[in-house]
Design a protein around this ligand. Structure first.
Ligand code: HEC
Length: 162
């Protein structure tokens, strides 16, 4: 009798834990919009590094476009990517690896982008982005600032001249 009651209590506790977990997952899924502006601001704390980022973007250009009149190349356009959830360009077919991390709620925060640009396959196992990575931290920071200066529609944030 006592044993049975303990069991029932345990089951209730497990149910409650599952509910808490679901609520946390739902909150995480809702996070992308919330982080966006904050992450863009973080990436743009020093706008003077944008030109260096533009020079570095030469390495990405074969596969990615930014700015107005953008199109899909081998990779998706990257306007507005900083602070956005991963794998969300509707016209692009991502790899199963990217879809997996996207389903898990990966957001392109400055930190996650930095890690992806350093070692793409470590952040997104099975990614089809054929790019070895950028070893230098300053170069990645400049590149992320350059990307952050493009809004979703391809226009630039105020103050981005290059
Ligand atoms: C050889 C082509 C190629 C090059 C070069 C390349 N990428 Fe990619 N990139 C891709 C592909 C393909 C994907 C989609 C990957 C997937 O689905 O796994 C991608 C995905 C991305 C994503 C995720 C986009 C999203 O919508 O979630 C970012 C950010 C990104 N690339 C940034 C860069 C940057 C910055 C550079 C230059 C340093 C670069 N890439 C160089 C092909 C490339």
């Amino acid at each position: 009798m006592t044993e049975q009651r303990t069991l029932t209590l345990k089951m209730i506790a497990a149910g409650a834990a599952a509910l808490v977990f679901t609520a946390a997952a739902a909150q995480e899924a809702a996070a992308p919009e919330a982080v966006s502006e904050q992450e863009v601001a973080k990436a743009l704390t020093d706008m003077s590094i944008i030109p260096a980022g533009k020079r570095s973007f030469v390495k990405c250009q074969a596969c990615h476009m930014v700015g107005e009149n953008f199109q899909r190349r081998a990779g998706p356009p990257l306007n507005g990517v900083v602070g956005r959830a991963a794998g969300k360009n509707e016209e692009f077919r991502y790899s199963p690896g990217m879809n997996t991390v996207a389903a898990e709620g990966l957001v392109w925060t400055v930190e996650n982008l930095d890690a992806y640009l350093k070692a793409p396959r470590e952040v997104v196992p099975g990614t089809t982005m054929g790019f070895a990575g950028i070893p230098k931290a300053e170069e990645r920071a400049a590149l992320i600032a350059y990307l952050a200066s493009f809004k979703e529609d391809g226009s630039r944030v105020e103050g981005a001249t290059e």
